[in-house]
Design a protein around this ligand. Structure first.
Ligand code: 5AD
Ligand code: SF4
Length: 434
């Protein structure tokens, strides 16, 4: 008889893929089926994120809620980055939790469900981290891990402590996975890693070949059934000319680039240990716009990092004006345990942080309105992936704009030309022309 699994996923695309791995393992080896109602579940899991403080604080109240509603005998398991970072403390604060599995240890999920108070948050390299059973949340797009962990030492970031050192997955495994997904109908391959364009820096075992991320992109694009390749996240520091040119010239590589700025101030970038300057970032972004005029560029920005002066903040605003990002994810700095910046004594006042965040987002909204209205009457190639319940079908243009048209499931999995008739800030509405 099958058992039921309810799993909640927070955080980034890496977590989304880890959740797919967990589902696959539990499905094939323990005959669990996914369910969407926690009350019915035999196992409730939370795949956590620890990048900011708020969701971490919410974890324990959430466990309390699940405790009340879960059925008799159902287990609760915590995995992901907060599991890595809090480890044993989770059992102490929430004795009802049956197992704690770190972000680098999800391959042990079968053992975890069968062992009382199982704890594994080791961040050492483990070959089994990328050998999994098969499950994909979407049949149109396949997430494929190309590396795990992160070698950078950004002073605000907890991730190196939760996901460990950076290891590149051997190219033949990546190609094999991409090929299999494409044969099963995924026209889009979405490559995942903390620093994708640092690919090839270190493999798990000694290997002779020298290969980098550009080589990998070209290899994947040779798979006939693959029509689109996306990736996240690249690091601005490693955006050399070879990478930008491969991005520009390979027609299967989608023309949207995430360039996490974090701060526009060279001084703050130094304090963050990002390894680049404001000028380098602008140079790369503007070169990208020159090479690929239709490119869309998204970014992450942290406001009120310790010591950020008004002048430093103006530098971030200045980059916003110069690059005109198609999308930004902006956050107030949040001090994280185990990080260097948490020890900095010049933390910025919360009221100042809120005001800066608001200014940044207000200006960005205006920029976005201008960008989206310039899409009016454009024809975009859209890959349809999702049926909405308002009679609309949604997909992404090559440069990652969210496009919606009236239609039905026949559009799903197809790439069509769409005339944009009603461009809005959050989505472009249009009509199929071909
Ligand atoms: N405070 C605020 N934002 C953070 N990020 C990472 N660490 C922190 C932190 N301590 C943001 C960065 C990163 C994104 C995933 O989360 O902008 O790119
Ligand atoms: Fe969150 Fe970062 Fe972990 Fe992703 S890698 S789940 S963003 S802490």
């Amino acid at each position: 008889m099958s058992k039921k699994l309810y799993i909640e996923t927070l955080g980034c695309a890496m977590n989304t893929r880890d959740t797919e791995h967990i589902i696959a393992e539990l499905r094939t080896k323990e005959s669990y089926e996914l369910c969407s109602d926690a009350k019915q579940a035999d196992l409730i899991m939370i795949n956590t994120c620890s990048v900011r403080e708020k969701p971490v604080n919410k974890l324990f109240s959430e466990i309390g809620v699940f405790n009340k509603l879960k059925k008799e005998g159902a287990k609760i398991g915590i995995c992901g980055c907060t599991a890595s970072h809090l480890g044993d403390e989770i059992f102490k604060r929430a004795p009802s939790v049956s197992f704690v599995l770190g972000a680098r240890n999800v391959s042990k999920v079968v053992k975890a469900v069968n062992t009382e108070k199982f704890l594994d948050v080791d961040i050492d390299y483990d070959e089994s981290t990328y050998a999994f059973s098969e499950f994909r949340g979407s049949s149109y797009k396949a997430f494929v891990n190309i590396s795990i962990g992160c070698d950078k030492k950004c002073t605000y970031c907890i991730v190196p402590h939760t996901r460990g050192d950076e290891i590149s997955i051997p190219p033949e495994l990546i190609i094999q996975e991409a090929r299999k997904a494409a044969k099963n109908g995924a026209k889009e391959i979405f490559l995942l890693g903390q620093n994708v364009n640092n690919y090839g820096r270190r493999f798990s075992s000694k290997r002779d070949e020298k290969m980098d991320f550009s080589d990998l992109l070209n290899m994947i694009s040779e798979i006939e059934e693959v029509e689109r390749i996306r990736f996240t996240s690249p690091h601005p520091l490693h955006m050399d000319d070879k990478f930008l040119e491969t991005f520009a010239n390979n027609p299967k590589v989608c023309k949207s680039m995430h360039m996490p700025l974090q701060s526009g101030s060279t001084h703050i970038l130094e304090e963050m240990k990002r390894g680049y300057t404001k000028e380098w970032f602008l140079n790369r972004a503007l070169k990208l716009r020159e090479l690929v005029p239709e490119v869309s560029i998204s970014t992450d920005i942290i406001v009120a990092f310790p010591g950020e002066s008004d002048e430093d903040f103006e530098d971030s605003m200045d980059v916003l004006e110069k690059v005109r990002f198609e999308q930004i994810f902006a956050f107030k700095y949040s001090a994280r345990p185990l990080t260097k910046a948490a020890e900095f004594t010049n933390q910025v006042d919360n009221a100042v942080a809120s005001e800066r965040l608001k200014r940044l987002q207000t200006r960005q909204n205006d920029i976005l309105d201008e960008i989206s209205s310039s899409n009016s009457k454009n024809i975009l190639e859209v890959y349809f992936e999702e049926l909405r319940n308002n009679g609309m079908v949604a997909g992404r243009s090559d440069n990652n704009a969210l496009v919606q048209v009236e239609g039905n499931e026949e559009l799903l999995g197809t790439i069509r030309k769409v005339l944009i008739t009603n461009p809005r800030r959050l989505a472009l509405y249009g009509e199929i022309v071909k």
